[in-house]
Structure formats: structure tokens, C-alpha cells
Ligand binder design. Structure first.
Ligand code: WT7
Length: 656
């Protein structure tokens, strides 16, 4: 949890400047008033901005904890993101850039809305030819290339459910996600560029596919320029594997979008929870698109000529909602970048912003802290005057980073919007609206119209001013509908915190509300870590560690890290006859990275003869966190063997 003392001392305030306000689309609180008076009506008004093939008959059907929005309505997400922008009419966006893409080596592509229409339609036909039908699952394991967005939209066009898996995940993580969703087709690439090297996605995919019986076809995007059939990166299996560009050569263009029920599943996105098994978060079509499109307009004060640069990977929800669905549903231009922010130099982001004239930048606190560390010279050597708005997402932003961002990147001129939301919420929930909200560095400020958070204590008593657990008290259109194949887990995880109130959504975050109703997010209160804005379950890392032949038991906690927010510290007990040391420590770190992905590699591995447990045998993570942070130890009276802690602490402090 973040340092509440620092936040309590933060009293700076930034009202919207007259200059920003004079151009902003939203400058008063009438939307909030309307939404508070009748939130169903408010959301229906927002949904009506989408293009529906058939109107809904009911706005909300809420049988806690299950919600259905816009029931009876039919629409298609791809038609909303693409087709409606290319129809001949005055003001058509057919020649407007939809995606401006830059690869890490510097190669560039711009897809107009018309280009996107053709590509999505053709690839939708490719999928159909491969036997993909409405409701089938398609796994996507790609680098940040336009084909990722094209593949997602092509799925949406024919009613297939996409499941995007972050390209940084290891083969076993990919395998588990494919198998849980029983995907029929996998879309991957021979590789993607990262820090000048190639991430060999197809090779990882092949390893995963050794144990994925549901996969019938694999489509491979050629990213290695001119390397058709480059054996080093893609061995093509006869009958199963197909090059993307070859299939596209033969694909017809005409492809009618499938009329989808508002409540038909649009996608599954896996995210970490408190068990070793990731949860397949299920989002549906009408409500999700309404949430993305609405928040995109409100939070980013979206204008027709904006160049919106969201640095998130499509493998995470931010990439789904604010690289693909939110911007494109609004006919906006997105800037998409493939590679690392420090390649070839530490000014790549600013170089991108300058050369493409980015007007809005949406990135994560961990990136901002890295930029700070690299030094403002990298920023100030570029002309960033095109920027007019800055966003932050993924983890709490410390006031120091907020101010640095505002001053150095925004030149003191751009509002900063710190946006709180989750994979589960689908879209931004708590955030400034830049023409209205007075911001406070470190606070996500207040809920957007149509969202009703509250802070409750453990017993469900409201905390109007003070700290507690964050809940959303009313359903919202883009909320998750369930966990794929595991509705009981959905009910248990999100709607069982306060047993007498099965209608309250529990976010898993701690938060404080100040006397002006501002929310200060304090971090997760469950066994979920936020490492550089990426969500990782402690249990996932522990399960990986205990698979190593030397490991008997493992406990994983987060430790404060100045750039990543949190870093992983693993406490490990070894099997009889094994001894810990530098080599085994490195081996275990690599082992976890190979099992889950590099994002889960522990920073520290600490060997211990025993782990602190309660008398009933539960590992006391709280104590381990205290040890990892070097804090004075809290209450250890319930501990089975207090000596264990003393030994651990001694050893840990000695190791630093
Ligand atoms: C968790 C959700 C939302 C897209 C990226 C992460 C933390 C997210 C903020 C913020 C403080 C934040 C929360 C949340 N979080 N945004 N602005 N301030 N904390 O999505 O992987 O589903 O993680 O990220 O702890 O629960 P996610």
C-alpha cells in the first residue's frame, strides 16, 4: 500500500486553465446531475450514440450480481469502430488516419479508416474460411502491430470472441489461457522487435501448442521484413500454420458484420487474481462499447484532429479500451508504437510525440518514473507543444511523478488526468474531466458521470471521509459479466465481500476519501501485486516456484520499488539437502520468468529454513511484507514459532 502520510500532506490543487476550458467540450456538471438523477437514462443516452442494428427493449436488467445492459438490442462492435466512419457522407472519415503505427526499427504505416475497413473485412473472411463461427474463441498473441487491432476487430465483425494474450507471457501462460478458453485459432507473429532484438513469438507459441488440443489453425504475421519462411523464427507446420499475408492475398473483401446481441461476448481477457489460476474476464458488446466510447470522449476531451498516443500494449485492458475500441468507436486517430521507450535512445517517446504531433499522451506511472530517472534533458530536447492533455493509468501515481509529468512533459500547460479503473470495469471509472475538475496530484479525483463508488469498512459501514475499501454501488455498462467458465468465482471474488449486500462490487483496492469527496487510491488489499502497472498474483509466482525441484515452499510479497511501484520478493524454503546461494537464486528468478513471463521475475529471492505461519498453518504475508520493507514488525503473537521471523529478518538485512 502506498504511503498515506505523503498523501495526507499533499494539498496542491490545479483548476482547469481558462485556456483549456475555453476549448473543452465539457465545462459544467450537468452530465453528473443527469446521471445522478437517473443513471439508466443517462447511460441509455450515451449508448444511443453508437450505431444499433436493432434498438434495445430494456436498458438494465439487474439481478445482483448479474447485470445485462441494453437487452434485446443488436449491434456490431467492428461496424461501430470502422464501417460507420467510412460511409459516404459529408464529414465521412474514410481518408482520416485511424492508426498511425511505428515499429521499433523505425518502419511506419498509416491506416486510414478506409484501409482499416478493407483489412478488417478481409481478415474476417479469412477467419470464416478457417472455420471460425460466431461464439468461437480466437487467441491473439502478437506484438504491437496494426494486425493486432485488425485481428480483434475481425473477430468482432464475425462474432468470434477474442482472447488477447500479452506477447511477454511465456509459453505455459499462453497454453493455459488457450486451453481455458478452448480457442480454435491462434494468431501470432514470427516475432516482434524489442530493444533491437526479436521476441520469438512463434517459437513460444509452438511450445505452448504442444499441449493445446483445441487449436486447429495458426495464422502467422510476418514481422521479420522479407523473411518469408525464415526458419530461425517460424517453422510452419503443414496444414495448421498459415502466413497472414498469403491468406490475405486470396481473401474477398465483402463481409457483412454479424448482428450481435448487446449481451453477446465481445472478448475474454485474462487477469491475475488471488489464486494461481488467472481469471478470464468476460466483456460483452453493447455495454462495453458504450463505456469505452463515452469515457474516451469525456476524459480525453476528444477532438476530431487529435492524435491519441496510448502507450499500453494490446495485451492489457488499456490496449483494448484505449488503443482499439474507445478511440476507434469515436473515429479518432491513434498512434501505436511497437517497441521499448528507451530504444535506440531514452527519448524515443518524445521523438514519437514530436514527429507524429501527438496531442494526448496516456501512459503509466512506472514509465513516468523511469523518464524522471533518465532525466528531463531527454524530454526538453524535443518540441512537445502539440501535446494538450496527459493521462496516467495502471497504478497509483505519486505526487512527485505527477508534478514532474505536468511540468516537464506537459510544459505546465496540459491538464493531467489520473484515471482509476480495472480490467473488470472495462472503462475508466474515477478520473478528472479536464475542463471541469480541479486536480490534486496523486488523487484520481472523482467518479465520472454514471459511476457510484463508496468507501466502506470491513463491516460494510460507509466511510464518507477516511480510508477503507473501494466499492461500486451500482452496476455500469462496461462491467465484467462473469469469469469465463467460472461464474461461482465471479460471485465469490467481486460480490461476496459484504454478505448482506450482494449488489456491491468489491474492487480489491483500498482507498481514502477526503473531505472534498476526492478519492486517493491506496493499492490492492488482496494478494495481487502491481509490478510496473502489470497485475500479478502472488499465488501464480508461488506456484511457479514450488515446481522447481529444489523448492519446498514459497511465499511471495510485493516490496516498494522506486520505478516499478512494486517489486517481487520471494521467500523460499528448500528441500532436504539443497542449499541456497547466488546460483540457485538466479536460477529461480529465471525459472519464474520462463514459466510465467519476464514481468514476473522476482527481484529478490530469500532462502529461509522456515516461513512464518500462524498456528493454523497460514503463511503470514503481512510479516513477510514488513521484513521485505525493512519495517518494524507488527503483532507476532499469533505466530507458531516467533524465532522464524527473527532469523528471516536478520538474514534479509544481512543480504542487502
Ligand atoms: C488495478 C487494476 C486499468 C488499466 C490498467 C490496470 C490499479 C489502476 C490506477 C490509478 C491507482 C490504479 C488498481 C486496480 N490501478 N489504475 N489510476 N490509481 N491505482 O488494469 O491490471 O486490471 O489492474 O490497477 O489497484 O485495482 P488491471
Amino acid at each position: 500500500m502506498r504511503d498515506i502520510d505523503v498523501l495526507l500532506q499533499e494539498h496542491r490543487k490545479f483548476p482547469p486553465s481558462d485556456d483549456f476550458r475555453s476549448h473543452a467540450a465539457i465545462t459544467d456538471r450537468s452530465l453528473w446531475d443527469a446521471a445522478s438523477a437517473d443513471y439508466e437514462r443517462y447511460w441509455a443516452g450515451e449508448a444511443a450514440r453508437l450505431e444499433w442494428m436493432k434498438p434495445w427493449t430494456q436498458v438494465l436488467d439487474w439481478k445482483p450480481p448479474h447485470a445485462q445492459w441494453f437487452t434485446g438490442g443488436k449491434l456490431n462492435a467492428a461496424a461501430n469502430c470502422v464501417d460507420r466512419h467510412v460511409r459516404p457522407s459529408t464529414g465521412s472519415r474514410r481518408n482520416k488516419a485511424a492508426i498511425i503505427w511505428e515499429g521499433e526499427p523505425g518502419d511506419r504505416r498509416t491506416l486510414t479508416y478506409w484501409d482499416l475497413f478493407i483489412e478488417v473485412s478481409k481478415f474476417a473472411n479469412v477467419l470464416r474460411q478457417l472455420g471460425v463461427k460466431k461464439g468461437d474463441r480466437v487467441a491473439i498473441y502478437l506484438p504491437m502491430v496494426p494486425e493486432a487491432a485488425i485481428a480483434m476487430l475481425a473477430c468482432a465483425r464475425i462474432g468470434a470472441i477474442h482472447s488477447v494474450v500479452f506477447g511477454g507471457f511465456a509459453p505455459e501462460s499462453l497454453r493455459d489461457r488457450i486451453n481455458d478458453a478452448e480457442a480454435k485459432v491462434l494468431i501470432t507473429a514470427d516475432g516482434g522487435y524489442r530493444r533491437g532484438g526479436i521476441v520469438p513469438l512463434k517459437r513460444s507459441a509452438d511450445k505452448a501448442l504442444e499441449e493445446c488440443p483445441s487449436i486447429e489453425h495458426v495464422v502467422v504475421v510476418r514481422r521479420r521484413a522479407g523473411a518469408d519462411g525464415d526458419e530461425a523464427f517460424a517453422t510452419m507446420q503443414d496444414g495448421r500454420d498459415h502466413w497472414w499475408h498469403r491468406l490475405m492475398q486470396r481473401a474477398p473483401i465483402a463481409c457483412e458484420p454479424e448482428p450481435m446481441d448487446a449481451e453477446d461476448v465481445l472478448y475474454i481477457l485474462y487477469t491475475s487474481g488471488t489464486t494461481g489460476k488467472p481469471k478470464g474476464i468476460v466483456h460483452t458488446t453493447g455495454g462495453y462499447l458504450t463505456g469505452c466510447a463515452t469515457t474516451m470522449r469525456q476524459v480525453f476531451d476528444l477532438r476530431e484532429d487529435d492524435v491519441f498516443f496510448c502507450t499500453a500494449d494490446v495485451g492489457w485492458v488499456t490496449g483494448h479500451s484505449y488503443v482499439v475500441y474507445g478511440p476507434l468507436a469515436n473515429g479518432a486517430t491513434v498512434l501505436m508504437y511497437e517497441g521499448a521507450p528507451d530504444w535506440p535512445e531514452k527519448d524515443r517517446m518524445w521523438d514519437l510525440c514530436e514527429r507524429h504531433g501527438a496531442t494526448i499522451l496516456y501512459t503509466a506511472p512506472t514509465a513516468i518514473r523511469a523518464f524522471m530517472k533518465w532525466g528531463s534533458e531527454w524530454v526538453t530536447k524535443h518540441d512537445l507543444s502539440s501535446l494538450r492533455l496527459l493521462g496516467s493509468v495502471g497504478e497509483p501515481i505519486n505526487p512527485e511523478a505527477w508534478i514532474w509529468y505536468q511540468q516537464n512533459v506537459g510544459g505546465g500547460r496540459c491538464p493531467v488526468v489520473d484515471t482509476w479503473w480495472q480490467t473488470e470495469t472495462g472503462a475508466i471509472v474515477i478520473s478528472p474531466v479536464p475542463g471541469v475538475t480541479e486536480t490534486k496530484p496523486g488523487s484520481a479525483t472523482q467518479p465520472l458521470p454514471g459511476y457510484f463508488p463508496e468507501i466502506l469498512n470491513n463491516d460494510g459501514k460507509p466511510v464518507p471521509v477516511g480510508g477503507g475499501l473501494l466499492t461500486l454501488t451500482k452496476p455500469w455498462p462496461s462491467m465484467l459479466r462473469t469469469i469465463w467458465n467460472d461464474d461461482p468465482r465471479y460471485v465469490e471474488t467481486y460480490f461476496s465481500k459484504w454478505t448482506d449486500r450482494p449488489d456491491l462490487y468489491f474492487a480489491g483496492d483500498g482507498a481514502r476519501r477526503d473531505d472534498e469527496g476526492y478519492y486517493w487510491l491506496l493499492g490492492r488489499v488482496d494478494d495481487v501485486l502491481n509490478i510496473a502497472g502489470h497485475r500479478i498474483g502472488t499465488m501464480e509466482v508461488e506456484s511457479a516456484l514450488v515446481e522447481h525441484p529444489s523448492v519446498a515452499e514459497a511465499a511471495v510479497v510485493g516490496k516498494t520499488h522506486d520505478v516499478k511501484g512494486q517489486a517481487i520478493t520471494a521467500f523460499v524454503t528448500l528441500r532436504e539437502g539443497k542449499t541456497g546461494g547466488h546460483d540457485l537464486r538466479e536460477e529461480l528468478r529465471d525459472f519464474v520468468a520462463q514459466k510465467i513471463g519476464a514481468i514476473a521475475r522476482p527481484d529478490d529471492v530469500l532462502f529461509s529454513a522456515d516461513l512464518p505461519k500462524t498456528r493454523s498453518g497460514k503463511i503470514m504475508r503481512r510479516l513477510l511484507r514488513d521484513i521485505a520493507e525493512g519495517r518494524a514488525l507488527g503483532d507476532i503473537t499469533t505466530l507458531a514459532d516467533p524465532n522464524v521471523v527473527a532469523q528471516l529478518k536478520e538474514q534479509y538485512e544481512g543480504s542487502e
